[in-house]
Design a protein around this ligand. Structure first.
Ligand SMILES: CC(C)(COP(=O)(O)OP(=O)(O)OC[C@H]1O[C@@H](n2cnc3c(N)ncnc32)[C@H](O)[C@@H]1OP(=O)(O)O)[C@@H](O)C(=O)NCCC(=O)NCCS
Length: 277
């Protein structure tokens, strides 16, 4: 089916989702066609418009993912001594096509992983996309529909939030060349710009202010600008109940476009040697 017809068919199914069930083979075949497009990387849930730099969400593909859960039975599968019960199969056929996956790495069907990616024991959910030469380090999770660029480093334990619902919500975007420090949480449609370095333990969501440490100016909420080094910080808030310190993200310094931060360079050296940082 042409993609525009498929998009219309998916949207029609989505409108009557409540009446569908796992036994509906025709609807399931239509939905599988859409998920296969995601899996092959032929379509993506969200992308950055090259002219406006705004995020464009292809809502019909996210609808397809939601429908997939409704139209799938739970089946039991085994892998060695492990046993699972799930509605979705794992992704297949991508390892060896330039992707290195360490035991314990899990990617679900409908995610797309470009050649050159290294998956340490980690999880990549349906609808997510991981760009070439990106490192997904140990216990990092890439949530549903999150769009991770090329040459990104998601350090150990990073949580990239999944955004499947509500409709119209924007997925998390990590642009090319970003370094996300250990145990950061980037959720609910937050965005990290190209080449940005996020210090360990930073929480970024669309309510968290991003502040220029030099000027005190609030640059955005939930969006770290490109080519900067930003860390977690606290801002004082006077509330009726007293004085509190709420998290914010502080831009500590600006990088030249294309400049690699010293510590990001260190990670590249380790990666070339086949070691995770
Ligand atoms: C955030 C980071 C880029 C800062 O490095 P840097 O630019 O060399 O800066 P410095 O180490 O000189 O620290 C600058 C300031 O930021 C503070 N800072 C550093 N890391 C921080 C963090 N994670 N959260 C909050 N503040 C932090 C320092 O205390 C220092 O404060 P000061 O100016 O008041 O003295 C660096 O710590 C980093 O790369 N973090 C990610 C590392 C990572 O997770 N790697 C992968 C696995 S090892």
């Amino acid at each position: 089916m042409a993609n525009s017809n498929l998009a219309a068919a998916i949207h029609e199914l989505y409108l009557v989702a409540d009446s569908l069930s796992a036994g509906d083979d025709e609807a399931r075949a239509t939905v599988h066609e859409a998920i296969d497009l995601l899996d092959r990387g032929a379509e993506r849930v969200a992308e950055i418009d090259p002219d406006t730099h705004q995020i464009v969400v292809n809502e019909w593909l996210r609808e397809a993912i939601l429908l997939l859960f409704r139209l799938s039975h739970i089946t039991t599968t085994t892998a060695g001594p492990f046993e699972y019960a799930d509605k979705l199969p794992l992704k297949t056929g991508y390892v060896g096509a330039g992707v290195r996956a360490v035991p314990g790495a899990v990617a679900r069907w409908g995610s797309h992983i470009e050649p050159g990616v290294i998956l340490m024991p980690s999880f990549v959910n349906i609808g997510a996309r991981v760009g070439g030469d990106t490192m997904v380090d140990t216990w990092a999770t890439v949530g549903s529909c999150a769009q991770v660029g090329r040459r990104v480093h998601l350090s150990g334990g990073v949580g990239i939030g999944g955004v499947l619902e509500p409709p119209n919500a924007v997925p998390v975007i990590i642009e090319d060349d970003a370094l996300i420090g250990s145990r950061c949480m980037v959720t609910q449609g937050a965005r990290v710009g190209e080449g940005a370095v996020l210090g360990e333990g930073t929480i970024l969501n669309p309510s968290i202010p991003v502040i220029d440490g030099e000027t005190g100016e609030e640059l955005s909420r939930g969006q770290v600008p490109p080519w900067c080094v930003a860390t977690s910080a606290m801002r004082r808030r006077e509330l009726r109940g007293g004085e509190f310190f709420l998290p914010c993200v502080l831009v500590r310094r600006w990088l030249e476009p294309g400049e690699r931060h010293d510590k990001a360079r260190l990670n590249e050296v380790l990666r070339e040697a086949g070691v995770s940082a």
